[in-house]
Design a protein around this ligand. Sequence first.
Ligand SMILES: *[C@@H]1O[C@H](CO)[C@@H](O)[C@H](O)[C@H]1NC(C)=O
Ligand SMILES: *[C@@H]1O[C@H](CO)[C@@H](O)[C@H](O)[C@H]1NC(C)=O
Ligand SMILES: *[C@@H]1O[C@H](CO)[C@@H](O)[C@H](O)[C@H]1NC(C)=O
Ligand SMILES: *[C@@H]1O[C@H](CO)[C@@H](O)[C@H](O)[C@H]1NC(C)=O
Ligand SMILES: *[C@@H]1O[C@H](CO)[C@@H](O)[C@H](O)[C@H]1NC(C)=O
Ligand SMILES: *[C@@H]1O[C@H](CO)[C@@H](O)[C@H](O)[C@H]1NC(C)=O
Length: 435
Amino acid sequence: MDNFLCFLWLVILLLDLFITKSMSAFVPTSRYYQGSVIIGNKIYFLGGIDKTGTGTNNIFYLDVSSPFYSVNPKWTDLTSVAPIPVNSAFAPSCVGGSNKDTIFLFEHHRTNNDNSTSLVTFAFDSTTQKWSAPTTSGAIPQTRQDMRAVVDNNGNIYINGGFEPSITQKSYNSTFILNSLSLSWTNGPNAPIIRSAYTATLLSSGLILYIGGTNDDPSPEINMNSISVYNTNIGTWSLMNAIGDVIAPRQSHSAVLNKNGFIVIYGGAANNYTVAPNPALATLDTNSMPYKWSAKQFNSVYAPPPLAYHSAQIFGDYMFIAFGVSLINAKFDLATAPNNNIFILDTSNYTWVSSIINVNVNSSFVGPPNPNPTTSTSSTPAGNNSSPITIPLIAGLGSLLGAFIIIASIIGIVFCCRKKKRQHYYATAGTNTRI
Ligand SMILES: *[C@@H]1O[C@H](CO)[C@@H](O)[C@H](O)[C@H]1NC(C)=O
Ligand SMILES: *[C@@H]1O[C@H](CO)[C@@H](O)[C@H](O)[C@H]1NC(C)=O
Ligand SMILES: *[C@@H]1O[C@H](CO)[C@@H](O)[C@H](O)[C@H]1NC(C)=O
Ligand SMILES: *[C@@H]1O[C@H](CO)[C@@H](O)[C@H](O)[C@H]1NC(C)=O
Ligand SMILES: *[C@@H]1O[C@H](CO)[C@@H](O)[C@H](O)[C@H]1NC(C)=O
Ligand SMILES: *[C@@H]1O[C@H](CO)[C@@H](O)[C@H](O)[C@H]1NC(C)=O
């Protein structure tokens, strides 16, 4: 009887394995210019342009707690329970609210059939998993897109510039500040440079650095040394001329700040989205005055291809790069070159990795061997990964079937443990007879 149960358990386990391999849990589809925020160990993704060329109402998150394997990332869909109230793309997002657990999304329309002339604020409570469209007061901004939102420690959200998509179709230099607790808007002074499609990074000193982007869509791109700096402590702008390595201008790149005060930028596009600027990876040292650029070369099977319109978040030392599009035939195009892989950069030493065994405040990474050694590991030139490894984003079990199998497995384990105990009992009783 016990043998039979154990056999049954084994069969269930094998079935489990088979189903895990053959059935995919939620896997997000390709997209670009999605919103992205990080709360705890969850990177949330919001909307983005999909294959049909329109924004989506998708919201889902990636659990980046350790161990993390880029081959089998832990996605969770929330669209089925809490879709974004409108189809969204090119919309800035950040975390705010008194508990720092509310995602704010700033859209240019209130419903899918409306072009709002003022910016529409949507809020997602990540605890209750519910969206709202809170009424905001004060100097409500005009509608814009293709800009970034940054939050300070007091819950003030800063938005600069952006592109007006319907009437003027121009980029701007205005500064909008939303107090995410009182939900009231104020204007800041105009920035020294008109920008959209830039990155914005808050330093611990309270300065926000606006890097790259464009004066007007689709070109030209802004000199990477011309960094607009907003001081959130006193509400003033200044212009910093960075020094160091030559970093080609770009827009729709990504940036994160690491623990050592280096802004790490990746990717982006230039010349009307026909060129991947060099170097793909660079750092800006904000400890030195003036700030100093360093080009980072790399040669790794785990490195991303050139990407634009992607998103990046940092967790511990690790920069997580997701979605966006790559460059094929001088075109960043979702139809031909979507990025469906997660790429991870250890920003303590600028090494691309495929997995993270342990993240703590001080970071420790253990790099396992290449899980997919079939593709070209050799001499990939820096910034040009012509054949990146393709990691299928196929994850775990379907929830219902998975739950059933897990329960069945537990029953199996319980029976087998029982059997083991009995064996043990018999053994200590002086018999080696196995039943
Ligand atoms: C909104 O503006 C876009 C152009 O940006 C236009 O194609 C669309 O038809 C407009 N929608 C409505 C409902 O006016
Ligand atoms: C900022 O925008 C205002 C209004 O559009 C404009 O008058 C001003 O010249 C702009 N400043 C810069 C530096 O472009
Ligand atoms: C940029 O490229 C698009 C198509 O990809 C084209 O329609 C547009 O005219 C180009 N703009 C410029 C300024 O070259
Ligand atoms: C982490 O770093 C801090 C300061 O850099 C140090 O004091 C602490 O001992 C480190 N902890 C571990 C576990 O290495
Ligand atoms: C990068 O740093 C991590 C953590 O300090 C370390 O484990 C890893 O070996 C380093 N990688 C390289 C290539 O030096
Ligand atoms: C990447 O490398 C391949 C082969 O070395 C080359 O043919 C291609 O032009 C390169 N692409 C870029 C964008 O540099």
